[in-house]
Design a binder for this molecule. Structure first.
Ligand SMILES: Cc1ncc(C[n+]2csc(CCOP(=O)(O)OP(=O)(O)O)c2C)c(N)n1
Ligand SMILES: [Mg+2]
Length: 293
C-alpha cells in the first residue's frame, strides 16, 4: 500500500471519527446549535482536496463543510474548539459548525451564498495571473438557487479557472432529488457551455485520480470545470431529520470500501485514527469556553 493511499485512508477515518464524536457530544448535551455531518461523503472531500495546493488554492464550502475543512487544513483542534465554543476555535467562536473561515477556506450556511463570492475570488486570481484555483463544493439541492446560474454564466464568459464540485447525494434535507430538480444536473451545466464530468463513487482512490486530472486541466487551460459526484449521505440532514431506509446505501460507505482495499493495514490505521480524535477531544475539553459576545 503506497503512502499516498494510506494518507487518503487515514484522512477519511479521522474525519469519520471526528464527526461521530461530535454526534456523541450533541447527544450528551455538550454542544449547542446544530451540525451537518458529511458521514458517507468523506471520499469526495478527501479525494478532491488532497489534490489542491494548501497554500495557493481556495475552497468555498457549505453547511456540510467539516470534511472539506479538515482535509484542507488538518485543523481538528481548531474545528472542534469552534463547534464546542472553546478558546482557539477557527472562527473565534462566531461561526459554529457552518461558518468557517481560515485564510483560503470559507464556508457559509446560506445555500449558494458562496458562489458569487467564489467567482469574484477566481476572477481576481486570474487578473493577478496566479496559478491558484478556486474550488467550490455545493449539493444537488443548491441547484435551486439563482446565484448558481449567474455564477455559471459569468465564469463561463470570463473563463475563470474555478472547479465546481457538485456533491449529488440525491437529497436536500428530506426532499429527494426527483422532487426538487427538473431535467438533469449535467444538462443545466452544459447549457452554460461549461466543461463537466460525472462520476458515481464513494471510493476515495478513484475520486482522487479523477480530480487530479481535472485540476491539472483547469490549471493548464485556465477555464472552469465541473465535476458531479453522485455520492450518498449516510446520516440525517442534521440530526434525526431523515426518513430513509439506509440499509441499501450503507453498502456504499467509503469506509467499507477502505476496509476491503486496505485489508490487514485497515485495523492499524483505524485504531490510530480513533486515538487521534480522542486526543483532539482531550485537548479541546481542557480549554476554556469563550466569553459571550
Ligand atoms: C437559501 C437557503 N435556503 C434554505 C436553507 C436551509 N437548508 C440548509 S441545507 C438545505 C438543503 C441542502 O441540500 P443540498 O444542497 O443537496 O446539500 P446537502 O445537505 O445534501 O449536503 C436547506 C434547504 C439554507 N441554508 N439556505
Ligand atoms: Mg444534497
Amino acid at each position: 500500500m503506497s503512502d499516498k493511499k494510506i494518507d487518503l485512508a487515514t484522512n477519511i477515518l479521522k474525519i469519520r471519527f471526528f464527526e461521530e464524536k461530535l454526534l456523541d457530544l450533541f447527544s450528551e448535551g455538550e454542544l449547542q446549535g446544530t451540525t451537518h455531518t458529511c458521514i458517507g461523503q468523506e471520499a469526495t472531500a478527501v479525494g478532491v482536496v488532497s489534490n489542491l495546493n494548501k497554500q495557493e488554492d481556495f475552497i468555498f464550502s457549505n453547511h456540510r463543510n467539516h470534511g472539506h475543512y479538515l482535509a484542507f487544513k488538518d485543523d481538528y483542534i481548531g474545528l472542534m474548539s469552534e463547534i464546542m465554543g472553546k478558546e482557539g476555535g477557527v472562527s473565534h467562536g462566531k461561526g459554529g459548525s457552518q461558518h468557517i473561515h481560515s485564510e483560503n477556506f470559507v464556508s457559509f450556511g446560506i445555500q449558494g451564498g458562496i458562489l458569487p463570492i467564489a467567482g469574484g475570488v477566481g476572477w481576481v486570481k486570474k487578473l493577478e495571473k496566479k496559478k491558484s484555483i478556486v474550488t467550490i463544493f455545493i449539493g444537488d439541492g443548491t441547484l435551486g438557487q439563482g446565484a448558481f446560474y449567474e455564477t455559471l454564466n459569468i465564469i463561463s464568459i470570463l473563463k475563470i479557472p474555478i472547479f465546481i464540485v457538485i456533491e449529488n447525494n440525491g437529497i436536500a434535507q428530506t426532499n429527494a432529488i426527483e422532487n426538487h430538480l427538473s431535467g438533469t444536473i449535467s444538462g443545466r451545466i452544459s447549457a452554460f457551455s461549461v466543461e463537466f464530468e460525472e462520476m458515481t463513487s464513494t471510493n476515495v482512490f478513484d475520486i482522487n485520480l479523477k480530480t487530479a486530472e481535472i485540476i491539472s486541466k483547469i490549471k493548464r487551460d485556465l477555464i472552469p470545470r465541473v465535476l458531479i459526484v453522485n455520492n450518498q449521505r449516510l446520516g440525517p440532514h442534521s440530526k434525526s431529520d431523515d426518513y430513509r431506509d439506509i440499509s441499501e446505501i450503507e453498502k456504499l460507505d467509503p469506509i467499507k470500501i477502505l476496509e476491503s482495499e486496505l485489508k490487514l493495514e485497515y485495523e492499524k490505521i483505524m485504531e490510530a485514527s480513533k486515538r487521534y480524535i480522542e486526543d483532539v477531544y482531550y485537548e479541546v475539553s481542557k480549554r476554556k469556553y469563550i466569553k459571550e459576545y
